[in-house]
Design a protein around this ligand. Structure first.
Ligand code: ADP
Ligand code: MG
Ligand code: ZN
Length: 479
């Protein structure tokens, strides 16, 4: 069989995390009883007029700047005309001729190394409502809560060649949006949606094949399977001498097969024209500069800084910066505790272990960094044994308890130099006359045996250094 190369370009829709919709003051909150987040504007009532939400433009610009895009400081909105019951105006307000951002790129990393994926454009548009098909009642209902929720559509160039690259690209976009605070990018809730354009052609030739576009992909796993499935389907067609038809297909993840939905529609089919209700958007140099300056430190910069400033390995720095939230907890802990390396070890070990064990999403981890810092300081001062500290930390992780009072209340504090240690030393020495005489006879190796025994008796309430000291003192008396 011939060798084939796969070519993939993505159209990614990202719901922006503004409080209100793009052209009206309705709430964008997910969920909510059907049609409760609606008004005349987002339900397409005659006579209603859209007013652009400035925050949407700001978020689109932040995303565009982070993805190295050129900015159209003069941009416009266009109407994309089509009828569908979830689209009450009979057109979607989008941008065709002058999208806000264009010609950017992001860098992805896969097992093959680093690669740039070019971004054709990013434009602003409004989301549609949602149809709920009730098969039992044999009817369909419509919920306009999502109608008018702001989106940016990010269109890539056909630069990806495998499912691995596609997933790396999506993860990159998601991480970037989360760092910027412009979207939570949850595939399950639909705040990030990807349409996959895919074609195959004979390896070694440079002319791309005819592509199809796949919709209905709501997890990274489904996307991977869809890419494999569609690639196979197209290769089979070509091997049989049949053409691939340019069309939109719906991926059925249960059947692991894509089904034709509609023939590929063109921009001209939608009769786009500039929206007469919305004036063009002018983005001033000053505003753009202000946004540029206020961009947060993104993951790559943070990852590099952790290595330089904290001396962490590239691997550790990579893991700790995967989520901006986790990185924030880590940095705040370091500020209070001081020792970045030890704090990093604790995050890499305990924090991530507990998150995994308890199946908690990194974004959901919540404890006060001060509580972890206090605990680590107690370990450092020899007030809590490392073993007990792990147990106490689990309480911090679960319930965000104050470790200082917890340690006191549960008798976990190492008691320095009290009668208990001296009493234990004596008791253990008396209980082991054999080893004791060896020790008195100069056999230093037995020292370790006694330290171990005493530590065990002290149940983590003594540190090895003070045990050794108390023991040496007592031996001096006895010899
Ligand atoms: P249209 O405007 O008709 O939807 P575009 O040229 O904007 O078409 O491309 C839409 C998406 O399809 C882009 O993400 C692009 O990267 C991708 N694409 C274009 N040509 C191909 C191809 N031959 N194979 C795979 N993907 C492609
Ligand atoms: Mg398109
Ligand atoms: Zn509204």
């Amino acid at each position: 069989m011939k060798q084939y190369e796969t070519v993939i370009g993505l159209e990614v829709h990202v719901e922006l995390a503004t409080k209100t919709k793009i052209f009206c003051g309705c709430s964008t909150e997910f969920g909510g009883a059907p049609n409760t987040h609606t008004c005349p504007v987002c339900t397409g009532m005659p006579g209603s007029l859209p007013v652009l939400n400035k925050k949407v433009v700001e978020f689109a610009l932040k995303a565009g700047l982070a993805a190295n895009c050129q900015i159209n400081q003069y941009c416009k909105f266009d109407r994309k005309n089509y009828f569908y019951p979830d689209n009450p105006q009979n057109y979607q307000i989008s941008q065709l001729y002058l999208p806000i951002c264009h010609d950017g790129w992001v860098e992805i990393e896969t097992s093959a190394g680093k690669k740039k994926i070019r971004i054709h454009e990013m434009h602003m548009e409004e989301d549609a409502g949602k149809l709920i098909h009730d098969e039992w009642e044999d009817s369909s209902l419509v919920d306009y809560n999502r109608s008018g929720v702001p989106l940016i559509e990010i269109v890539s160039e056909p630069d990806m060649r495998s499912a691995e690259e596609v997933i790396a690209y999506l993860e990159k976009l998601r991480c970037m949006m989360q760092y910027l605070g412009v979207s939570d990018c949850k595939l399950q809730e639909g705040s990030m949606r990807a349409d996959v354009n895919l074609s195959v052609h004979e390896a070694g030739t440079d002319k791309f094949g005819i592509r199809t576009e796949m919709k209905n992909l709501n997890s990274f796993k489904a996307i991977s399977r869809a890419i494999e499935g569609e690639r196979e389907r197209q290769i089979e067609l070509l091997e049989e001498g049949k053409p691939v038809i340019q069309e939109t297909r719906r991926w059925d993840d249960n059947k692991e097969y894509s089904y034709a939905m509609r023939s590929k529609e063109d921009a001209k089919d939608y009769r786009y024209f500039p929206d007469p209700d919305l004036p063009p958007v002018h983005i001033s140099d000053e505003w753009l500069e202000e946004l540029r300056k206020s961009q947060p430190e993104l993951r790559e910069a943070k990852r590099a800084r952790y290595q330089e400033e904290y001396g962490l390995s590239d691997y550790d720095a990579g893991i700790l910066t995967e989520s901006r939230h986790l990185a924030g907890l880590f940095e705040d802990t370091v500020k209070l505790y001081g020792n970045a390396k030890k704090a990093a070890n604790w995050f890499m070990g305990e924090v991530l272990r507990l998150a995994k064990e308890k199946a908690i999403d990194l974004e959901q981890i919540s404890f006060e960094p001060k509580h972890l810092a206090d605990l680590l300081l107690m370990v450092e001062k020899g007030q809590v044994s490392p073993q007990n500290a792990k147990k106490v930390f689990e309480k911090v992780f679960d319930e965000d308890i104050d470790p200082v009072s917890y340690v006191e209340e549960h008798g976990l504090k190492i008691v320095e130099d009290t009668g208990l240690l001296a009493e234990t030393v004596n008791r253990i020495l008396d209980a082991n006359p054999g080893p004791l005489s060896e020790l008195l006879g100069g056999k230093d190796k037995v020292m370790g045996f006694f330290v171990g025994q005493i530590m065990k008796e002290m149940k983590g309430k003594a540190n090895p250094a003070s045990v050794r000291e108390a023991l040496t003192e007592e031996i001096k008396h006895r010899s």
